[in-house]
Design a binder for this molecule. Structure first.
Ligand SMILES: *[C@@H]1O[C@H](CO)[C@@H](O)[C@H](O)[C@H]1NC(C)=O
Ligand SMILES: *[C@@H]1O[C@H](CO)[C@@H](O)[C@H](O)[C@H]1NC(C)=O
Ligand SMILES: *[C@@H]1O[C@H](CO)[C@@H](O)[C@H](O)[C@H]1NC(C)=O
Ligand SMILES: *[C@@H]1O[C@H](CO)[C@@H](O)[C@H](O)[C@H]1NC(C)=O
Ligand SMILES: *[C@@H]1O[C@H](CO)[C@@H](O)[C@H](O)[C@H]1NC(C)=O
Ligand SMILES: *[C@@H]1O[C@H](CO)[C@@H](O)[C@H](O)[C@H]1NC(C)=O
Length: 897
């Protein structure tokens, strides 16, 4: 066949060759070959030189090349143009079941690397029947029930053949020993075939229980090739008899609460079929939770709790089913009557209004007896007397009242007080009437609702607190505590304080904590009283109060203060030791013991130790005799110090005046012992003062007021004496006398008590040789009365001035050092005392003696301050003479002290 096509093509091409050459354009030529599949590798297909126009002008330089694609199953020798197969070609793989199977490609003819011609090569691969029809499995088992109606289709696997349609499957054939089956083919849209086995008439298991069939597939070749499938058909038996129960209805009666697994009845069914169709399986249709059945034996047993109270009769459906295919079954009824047993306790339900869902009822504590508390109901599921109950409540505050049937109410039966018992636990008890009775007990709580019937109560009637003065604001004072027996808001206490305490104290209204609002001063207010009030939050609110006494405790914050800044005392001289001078006193606003003092005298103000002070009473006494004529005024500094820590103290000045006593006798300065005679002229006129007697008294006042008189010698009253001045004047004419001596005793007397007097002898010599009036030189005394007085005054004055000057110089010299020291101490002492008072340093006072060593320049003698300038200068001299001995005596005494 190939040869004929080739020949034809060559002829066609040859006729066109002239055109090719003439035009010398690239010409195109087609060449077709056909080749059988399954040939040898390298099998020659054709020669592109011989089979085309090339053969006429072939030159060895011609070459070939593929244009566009390269063939897969073929190859052209690019030098010779010989076309061969590349491998073994299987058309059923390249184009399975295809009608045509070709491969086309273009080959270029090259001369000197130039394409001069194109050849389109078409190779048709021709099929050979190299495959047989093939079934996917070789055996197929079909089980077909005998009861099936004819015409049922059973799918069989179809065969396949990969050859081209001409050699593919053309028909099936059923090889069967009977005519009960047919094959039915159906070609589907996708070209595949569905193969069914169809029953054509009833099968009978009893006649033929199985068939062996064979399905053969043929392809289209001549002779055809074939494949086969063995089909085994098993005819199955049908179940055509129902099981039958022995009884349609079984009746039994049982007690409730039977033990689980107790068999109560056995049912039985039978089946006329044989084999599995005869085997019976029992089952229950209802109450599977309460009853069970042995599916093999038909024994019905108790599976759950059979409760009379739930149902007293059960209709149980029992099934009997055979084990056959399309199993058949029958049903019977088991009627189970349940008998009651007293198996239930009464059930108590309590319903309290207001608190649903709890077992607690609430009732106000002020309820009258008979007040409804809760509703109670009792239920017993048992029947008859088993379900009849008798209920009781044992309590003296509550009782049970039957309402209707099994309904009761709980009511109060006595007075209630929440503060005594706030909650009752009631035990309700119900007993049923069974032979062995069941008892139910229900505990039920009754809570009393509070009524604000209790006032808050303080735990103390009076609260006392001590606070030290000079506290801080906010300091804790005390915390009274009030409780309220009520509950809830009725027991919540709010604290406050009465108006009289509000200025000084603050209170926390919840905790009751009282604190200071001010700084307290005990000296101002030592004790405070007010009320603390506790009020509850009930409606209406109740309240209570308690007295709070706050005592302010003392701190030594006050300085002792003398009742006078300066004291002035008089004490008489010459009094014995321990004579009272006076008493100083002080006050201290502090309390005991800070208001007790210790009095003392600053030692430096009492250098001579003449005074002492009683440290407790402040009484100042003398330490020895005082002599006003030595020192008439003393200045002391007294200290009052308290016992606090630190010590507080203050000082006061005490001035002591020494009062005079008449302890000094007048002393005559003239006439003296050796100077007691005067001379006068016998012509002295009456009234002429011839001399003046003079005495002094160291005392003062009337004690030193002297009067003079004659005590003897003037019996004839020749002379008169002036009582106050002591001036003696002439009382008679002495013209006749020449030389006369008159002797007198003169007395100087003071006015003290007792009176003291001094006597002196005075001689007046009347001399006629003394001129009167006095001459210019010495007789002037005698010239006249006035002249002689003037003379005598001048002489006396001169002498006194001289004596005084000498005396002062002496005193200054002797006493300067001593007095300087003394004054120095006094000065230091004053300064120190001031300091001490201001610094309030208690210890400083004790160290006072150390200051004695401090030396400072003095200005004045202590007694100089009060040294009165007396008219009688002699007195001063006398005093300065006697001072030395007296002070040394007193000083010695001081040292001893
Ligand atoms: C082509 O043919 C020549 C001559 O027969 C040969 O020598 C050469 O091997 C061939 N080429 C191929 C690729 O087979
Ligand atoms: C029958 O009862 C037995 C045991 O309870 C069980 O194993 C079996 O599956 C039951 N058979 C049927 C068919 O219910
Ligand atoms: C007050 O008294 C009650 C009862 O005694 C007590 O429980 C409470 O703690 C007290 N409160 C204070 C602040 O003392
Ligand atoms: C002390 O004496 C003076 C005069 O000597 C007198 O004035 C004064 O009143 C007296 N004081 C007392 C307290 O006796
Ligand atoms: C004696 O006393 C008188 C009178 O006082 C006086 O003038 C006279 O100088 C005194 N004579 C002597 C020696 O003291
Ligand atoms: C009397 O006075 C005169 C003159 O002064 C004197 O000389 C004479 O001594 C006096 N007589 C006597 C006795 O003293």
């Amino acid at each position: 066949m190939a040869l004929t096509v080739r020949t034809l093509l060559i002829v066609a091409c040859a006729s066109m060759c002239s055109i090719c050459r003439v035009t010398s354009v690239i010409t195109s030529e087609e060449v077709s070959y056909s080749i059988d599949e399954e040939g040898q590798t390298n099998e020659l297909v054709g020669n592109l030189v011989h089979d085309t126009s090339l053969r006429d002008h072939y030159v060895p330089q011609l070459r070939f090349n593929y244009l566009s694609i390269q063939p897969t199953n073929f190859a052209v020798n690019l030098t010779t143009g010989v076309l061969r197969t590349v491998g073994r070609i299987d058309r059923d793989v390249i184009c399975p079941n295809a009608e045509r199977c070709t491969e086309t490609f273009n080959v270029g003819v090259l001369l000197d690397s130039r394409v001069i011609q194109m050849i389109k090569v078409t190779i048709t691969i021709l099929d050979i029947n190299d495959n047989s029809p093939h079934f996917p499995e070789t055996e197929k088992l079909l089980e077909i029930s005998e009861s099936l109606i004819p015409g049922r289709k059973f799918l069989l696997p179809a065969a396949s053949d990969p050859d081209s349609p001409a050699f593919a499957i053309h028909r099936y054939e059923l090889v069967s020993p009977s005519n009960k089956f047919q094959l039915r083919e159906k070609t589907k849209a996708n070209g595949l075939t569905e193969l069914h086995l169809v029953t054509t008439s009833l099968l009978d298991h009893e006649l033929e229980s199985s068939y062996r069939l064979r399905v053969i597939a043929y392809d289209g070749a001549e002779p055809p090739k074939s494949g086969s499938l063995n089909v085994s058909v098993i005819v199955l038996d049908a179940n055509d008899n129902d099981p039958v129960f022995e009884q349609e209805t079984y009746r039994i009666s049982i007690y409730e609460n039977m033990d689980v697994h107790t068999t109560i009845v056995q049912v039985h069914a039978s089946d006329l079929d044989s084999g599995a169709n005869k085997e019976i399986v029992y089952g229950l249709t209802k109450y599977g939770d309460l009853f069970g059945i042995n599916n093999n034996t038909g024994e019905i047993y108790v599976k759950g709790v059979v409760d009379y109270e739930l149902a007293d009769i059960y209709y149980i459906g029992v099934t009997a089913t055979d084990r056959g295919l399309d199993s058949r079954s029958a049903e019977a009824t088991v009627v189970v009557e349940v008998k009651d047993v007293n198996d239930h306790s009464p059930e108590i339900t309590v319903n309290a209004p207001g608190t649903p869902g709890t077992d607690v009822a609430e009732v106000s504590e002020d309820s009258e007896p008979g007040m409804f508390v809760a509703h109670m109901k009792v239920d017993d599921k048992d029947s008859g007397s088993n379900g009849e109950c008798n209920c009781t409540l044992a309590d003296n505050k509550f009782r049970l009242e039957q309402l209707v049937g099994t309904n009761y109410q709980i009511v109060t039966s006595g007075e209630l007080d929440r503060e005594k018992i706030s909650e009752y636990s009631l035990a309700l008890q119900c007993v049923d009437g069974g032979v062995t009775p069941h008892v139910a007990v229900k505990n039920f709580q009754v809570r009393l609702v509070d009524v604000n019937d209790n006032a808050p109560q303080f735990q103390q009637v009076t609260y006392r607190a001590n606070v030290v003065e000079n506290n801080n604001v906010g300091d804790f004072i005390l915390q009274p505590n009030a409780t309220d027996a009520d509950a809830g808001k009725n027991a919540e206490v709010v604290y406050s304080i009465s108006e009289d305490g509000q200025a000084m104290f603050a209170i926390h209204n919840v905790s009751g904590r009282i604190s200071a609002k001010i700084v307290f001063d005990r000296e101002e207010n030592g004790e405070m009283h007010f009320y603390v009030i506790a009020t509850d939050k009930g409606i209406p609110a109740l309240s209570a109060s308690a007295l709070v006494v706050v005592t302010i405790q003392d701190l030594n914050d006050e300085t002792p203060i003398f009742t006078q800044a300066r004291y002035s005392f008089n004490v008489s001289e010459n009094e014995p030791q321990n004579t009272e001078v006076g008493t100083v006193s002080a006050t201290d606003a502090d309390q005991f013991p800070f208001n007790e003092f210790l009095f003392s005298i600053v030692p430096d103000s009492n250098l001579l130790g003449l005074f002492s002070i009683d440290s407790r009473s402040g009484k100042i006494t003398t330490n020895g005799m005082l002599d006003r004529e030595v020192q008439s005024v003393f200045q002391l500094i007294v200290v009052a110090s308290d016992y606090g820590s630190p010590i507080k103290s203050s000082t006061a000045d005490v001035t002591i005046h020494v009062a005079d006593q008449n302890d000094n006798t007048p002393i005559f300065t003239f006439p003296g012992k050796h100077n007691n005679t005067i001379q006068m002229s016998n012509r002295s006129p009456i009234g002429l003062v011839v001399t003046t007697v003079n005495a002094f008294d160291l005392d003062t006042g009337s004690n030193s007021w002297l009067t003079y008189r004659f005590s003897g010698g003037n019996d004839n009253a020749f002379f008169t004496i002036d009582t106050n001045s002591g001036a003696i004047s002439v009382n008679i004419e002495f013209k006749d006398a020449t030389y006369e001596m008159h002797e007198f005793t003169v007395i100087a007397q003071d006015h003290g008590f007792p009176q003291k007097l001094a006597e002196a002898n005075l001689n007046i010599f009347v001399n006629k040789s003394i001129p009167y009036p006095l001459a210019a030189k010495s007789g002037s005394v005698l010239t006249g009365q006035n002249f002689s007085i003037a003379i005598s005054l001048a002489v006396v004055s001169t002498i006194i001035i001289l004596v005084l000057v000498v005396a002062i110089i002496l005193i200054r010299r002797q006493e300067r050092e001593k007095m300087q020291q003394y004054n120095c101490r006094m000065e230091a002492l004053r300064k120190r005392t001031n300091k001490m008072t201001h610094s309030s340093d208690g210890k400083a006072e004790k160290d006072g003696k150390a200051l004695e060593s401090t030396k400072q320049k003095s200005k004045k003698l202590p007694y100089e301050i009060d040294f009165t300038i007396e008219k009688e200068d002699e007195k001063k001299q006398f005093q300065s003479d006697t001072n030395k001995s007296r002070y040394s005596k007193v000083s010695g005494m001081h040292m001893q002290l």
